[in-house]
Design a protein around this ligand. Sequence first.
Ligand code: ZN
Length: 235
Amino acid sequence: MKPNETSWSIPHDNQDLLDLTIDEWGDDHGLSAYNTPLRSDAFELSDVEKVAKIEHHFREIMETLGLDLTDDSLKGTPLRVAKMYVKEIFGGLNPANKPKATLFENKYKYNEMLVEKDISFYSNCEHHFVPIFGKAHVAYISSGKVIGLSKLNRIVQYFAKRPQVQERLTVQIAKELESILDTPNVAVVMDAKHLCVASRGVQDDTSTTVTAYYGGKFQEADTKSEFLKYLELSK
Ligand SMILES: [Zn+2]
Protein backbone atom coordinates (compact mmCIF):
# COMPACT_ATOMS: atom_id res chain seq x y z
CA MET A 1 0.00 0.00 0.00
CA LYS A 2 1.35 3.47 -0.89
CA PRO A 3 1.72 5.81 2.11
CA ASN A 4 -1.13 8.15 1.16
CA GLU A 5 -3.57 5.39 0.27
CA THR A 6 -6.30 4.78 2.78
CA SER A 7 -6.88 1.34 4.20
CA TRP A 8 -10.51 2.18 4.96
CA SER A 9 -13.06 0.66 2.66
CA ILE A 10 -16.78 0.10 2.61
CA PRO A 11 -17.63 -3.51 3.53
CA HIS A 12 -18.76 -5.48 0.50
CA ASP A 13 -22.46 -5.67 1.43
CA ASN A 14 -22.71 -1.95 2.03
CA GLN A 15 -21.00 -1.21 -1.28
CA ASP A 16 -23.68 -3.30 -2.98
CA LEU A 17 -26.34 -1.32 -1.19
CA LEU A 18 -24.80 1.98 -2.29
CA ASP A 19 -24.59 0.86 -5.91
CA LEU A 20 -28.12 -0.47 -5.87
CA THR A 21 -29.52 2.65 -4.23
CA ILE A 22 -27.98 5.03 -6.70
CA ASP A 23 -28.53 3.11 -9.91
CA GLU A 24 -31.60 0.99 -9.62
CA TRP A 25 -33.64 1.11 -6.49
CA GLY A 26 -36.72 3.20 -6.99
CA ASP A 27 -36.00 4.10 -10.58
CA ASP A 28 -38.68 1.79 -11.88
CA HIS A 29 -41.47 3.82 -10.32
CA GLY A 30 -43.70 0.76 -10.20
CA LEU A 31 -47.28 1.25 -9.08
CA SER A 32 -48.37 -0.08 -5.70
CA ALA A 33 -51.97 0.09 -4.42
CA TYR A 34 -53.92 3.23 -5.23
CA ASN A 35 -54.22 4.14 -1.57
CA THR A 36 -51.16 5.91 -0.21
CA PRO A 37 -49.38 3.36 2.02
CA LEU A 38 -49.96 4.94 5.44
CA ARG A 39 -49.57 3.24 8.81
CA SER A 40 -52.61 3.03 11.08
CA ASP A 41 -50.85 5.26 13.64
CA ALA A 42 -50.07 7.93 11.01
CA PHE A 43 -51.89 10.70 12.88
CA GLU A 44 -51.18 9.83 16.48
CA LEU A 45 -48.53 12.53 16.58
CA SER A 46 -49.78 16.11 16.29
CA ASP A 47 -48.42 18.34 13.53
CA VAL A 48 -46.33 20.19 16.13
CA GLU A 49 -44.80 16.91 17.33
CA LYS A 50 -44.10 15.87 13.75
CA VAL A 51 -42.38 19.17 12.97
CA ALA A 52 -40.14 18.80 16.07
CA LYS A 53 -39.23 15.22 15.18
CA ILE A 54 -38.49 15.91 11.51
CA GLU A 55 -36.46 18.99 12.45
CA HIS A 56 -34.28 16.78 14.65
CA HIS A 57 -33.78 14.12 11.97
CA PHE A 58 -33.21 16.56 9.13
CA ARG A 59 -30.53 18.24 11.22
CA GLU A 60 -28.88 14.80 11.52
CA ILE A 61 -28.98 14.37 7.76
CA MET A 62 -27.38 17.76 7.15
CA GLU A 63 -24.74 17.13 9.81
CA THR A 64 -23.99 13.72 8.35
CA LEU A 65 -23.41 15.41 5.01
CA GLY A 66 -20.82 17.54 6.79
CA LEU A 67 -22.70 20.84 6.73
CA ASP A 68 -21.97 23.44 9.39
CA LEU A 69 -25.31 24.04 11.10
CA THR A 70 -23.94 27.07 12.96
CA ASP A 71 -23.77 28.92 9.62
CA ASP A 72 -26.39 31.69 9.49
CA SER A 73 -27.78 30.50 6.17
CA LEU A 74 -28.15 26.87 7.29
CA LYS A 75 -29.16 27.02 10.92
CA GLY A 76 -32.86 27.52 10.24
CA THR A 77 -33.05 24.91 7.48
CA PRO A 78 -34.05 21.84 9.56
CA LEU A 79 -37.06 23.68 11.01
CA ARG A 80 -37.97 25.20 7.63
CA VAL A 81 -37.89 21.79 5.95
CA ALA A 82 -39.89 20.18 8.77
CA LYS A 83 -42.64 22.83 8.58
CA MET A 84 -42.69 22.64 4.79
CA TYR A 85 -43.08 18.83 4.90
CA VAL A 86 -45.86 18.74 7.47
CA LYS A 87 -47.82 21.90 6.62
CA GLU A 88 -47.23 22.32 2.90
CA ILE A 89 -45.83 19.77 0.47
CA PHE A 90 -47.05 16.68 2.41
CA GLY A 91 -50.12 18.31 3.94
CA GLY A 92 -52.31 16.12 1.71
CA LEU A 93 -51.45 13.02 3.76
CA ASN A 94 -53.81 14.20 6.47
CA PRO A 95 -57.51 13.56 5.70
CA ALA A 96 -58.33 16.59 7.88
CA ASN A 97 -56.97 18.72 5.00
CA LYS A 98 -59.20 17.17 2.37
CA PRO A 99 -61.22 19.88 0.58
CA LYS A 100 -64.91 19.89 1.44
CA ALA A 101 -66.87 19.33 -1.71
CA THR A 102 -69.87 21.58 -2.15
CA LEU A 103 -72.20 20.26 -4.80
CA PHE A 104 -74.84 22.19 -6.67
CA GLU A 105 -77.96 21.15 -8.49
CA ASN A 106 -77.34 21.00 -12.20
CA LYS A 107 -80.08 23.57 -12.78
CA TYR A 108 -78.92 24.48 -16.29
CA LYS A 109 -79.46 20.82 -17.23
CA TYR A 110 -75.95 20.94 -18.62
CA ASN A 111 -75.34 17.32 -19.52
CA GLU A 112 -72.32 17.67 -21.75
CA MET A 113 -68.75 17.09 -20.77
CA LEU A 114 -67.10 19.62 -18.47
CA VAL A 115 -63.33 19.88 -18.86
CA GLU A 116 -61.04 21.77 -16.49
CA LYS A 117 -57.65 21.77 -18.14
CA ASP A 118 -54.12 22.96 -17.39
CA ILE A 119 -54.44 22.71 -13.61
CA SER A 120 -50.87 23.29 -12.38
CA PHE A 121 -49.72 20.93 -9.66
CA TYR A 122 -46.60 20.24 -7.63
CA SER A 123 -46.01 16.87 -6.05
CA ASN A 124 -43.01 14.84 -4.93
CA CYS A 125 -41.72 11.49 -6.09
CA GLU A 126 -41.96 9.03 -3.21
CA HIS A 127 -38.83 7.19 -4.35
CA HIS A 128 -36.50 10.19 -4.30
CA PHE A 129 -38.42 13.00 -2.52
CA VAL A 130 -37.80 15.43 -5.38
CA PRO A 131 -40.50 17.33 -7.29
CA ILE A 132 -42.94 16.05 -9.88
CA PHE A 133 -44.75 18.97 -11.48
CA GLY A 134 -46.95 19.59 -14.45
CA LYS A 135 -50.53 19.97 -15.58
CA ALA A 136 -53.62 17.99 -14.72
CA HIS A 137 -56.69 17.90 -16.95
CA VAL A 138 -59.92 16.62 -15.44
CA ALA A 139 -63.35 16.07 -16.94
CA TYR A 140 -66.71 14.71 -15.95
CA ILE A 141 -70.20 14.31 -17.28
CA SER A 142 -72.74 15.32 -14.63
CA SER A 143 -75.10 12.76 -13.12
CA GLY A 144 -77.30 15.62 -11.82
CA LYS A 145 -74.85 17.31 -9.48
CA VAL A 146 -72.12 19.79 -10.37
CA ILE A 147 -69.11 20.87 -8.38
CA GLY A 148 -67.50 24.33 -8.07
CA LEU A 149 -64.65 24.65 -10.56
CA SER A 150 -62.15 25.69 -7.90
CA LYS A 151 -62.94 22.44 -6.07
CA LEU A 152 -61.58 20.43 -8.99
CA ASN A 153 -58.38 22.39 -8.58
CA ARG A 154 -58.29 21.83 -4.81
CA ILE A 155 -58.82 18.08 -5.16
CA VAL A 156 -55.83 17.87 -7.52
CA GLN A 157 -53.68 19.89 -5.07
CA TYR A 158 -54.76 17.78 -2.07
CA PHE A 159 -53.64 14.48 -3.58
CA ALA A 160 -50.53 16.06 -5.10
CA LYS A 161 -49.38 17.09 -1.62
CA ARG A 162 -48.19 13.61 -0.76
CA PRO A 163 -45.15 11.55 -1.59
CA GLN A 164 -46.46 10.13 -4.86
CA VAL A 165 -46.05 8.11 -7.99
CA GLN A 166 -47.84 9.77 -10.89
CA GLU A 167 -49.96 6.71 -11.68
CA ARG A 168 -51.37 6.59 -8.16
CA LEU A 169 -51.93 10.34 -8.06
CA THR A 170 -53.97 10.11 -11.27
CA VAL A 171 -56.14 7.28 -9.93
CA GLN A 172 -56.65 8.93 -6.52
CA ILE A 173 -57.97 12.11 -8.15
CA ALA A 174 -60.27 10.13 -10.44
CA LYS A 175 -61.64 7.93 -7.62
CA GLU A 176 -62.32 10.99 -5.47
CA LEU A 177 -64.22 12.69 -8.31
CA GLU A 178 -66.22 9.52 -8.98
CA SER A 179 -67.20 9.36 -5.34
CA ILE A 180 -68.06 13.06 -4.87
CA LEU A 181 -69.90 13.45 -8.18
CA ASP A 182 -71.55 10.04 -7.87
CA THR A 183 -70.72 9.08 -11.44
CA PRO A 184 -68.23 6.79 -13.16
CA ASN A 185 -68.02 9.32 -16.01
CA VAL A 186 -64.74 10.91 -15.00
CA ALA A 187 -61.43 11.35 -16.80
CA VAL A 188 -58.05 12.55 -15.58
CA VAL A 189 -54.92 13.13 -17.69
CA MET A 190 -51.68 14.25 -16.09
CA ASP A 191 -48.60 15.44 -17.94
CA ALA A 192 -45.62 15.97 -15.67
CA LYS A 193 -41.90 16.37 -15.36
CA HIS A 194 -40.04 14.30 -12.79
CA LEU A 195 -36.93 15.90 -11.34
CA CYS A 196 -35.65 12.46 -10.33
CA VAL A 197 -35.36 11.78 -14.07
CA ALA A 198 -34.32 15.30 -15.15
CA SER A 199 -31.76 16.35 -12.56
CA ARG A 200 -30.24 13.01 -11.54
CA GLY A 201 -30.21 9.39 -12.71
CA VAL A 202 -30.50 9.40 -16.50
CA GLN A 203 -30.62 13.24 -16.52
CA ASP A 204 -33.23 13.49 -19.23
CA ASP A 205 -34.32 17.11 -19.13
CA THR A 206 -36.88 17.01 -21.93
CA SER A 207 -39.10 14.00 -21.30
CA THR A 208 -42.49 14.26 -19.64
CA THR A 209 -44.70 11.50 -18.32
CA VAL A 210 -48.36 11.24 -19.29
CA THR A 211 -50.82 9.17 -17.26
CA ALA A 212 -54.54 8.83 -17.84
CA TYR A 213 -57.66 7.46 -16.21
CA TYR A 214 -60.86 6.99 -18.20
CA GLY A 215 -63.99 5.94 -16.34
CA GLY A 216 -67.51 5.10 -17.56
CA LYS A 217 -68.44 6.88 -20.81
CA PHE A 218 -64.87 8.10 -21.21
CA GLN A 219 -63.92 4.55 -22.14
CA GLU A 220 -66.03 4.94 -25.28
CA ALA A 221 -63.98 6.06 -28.28
CA ASP A 222 -66.17 9.09 -29.16
CA THR A 223 -66.24 10.52 -25.65
CA LYS A 224 -62.55 9.92 -25.10
CA SER A 225 -61.59 11.56 -28.38
CA GLU A 226 -63.86 14.56 -27.68
CA PHE A 227 -62.08 15.00 -24.34
CA LEU A 228 -58.62 14.62 -25.89
CA LYS A 229 -59.57 17.08 -28.64
CA TYR A 230 -60.27 19.68 -25.96
CA LEU A 231 -56.80 18.98 -24.58
CA GLU A 232 -55.22 18.95 -28.03
CA LEU A 233 -53.34 15.85 -26.95
CA SER A 234 -55.09 13.40 -29.23
CA LYS A 235 -52.45 13.44 -31.96
ZN1 ZN B 1 -38.23 9.31 -8.43
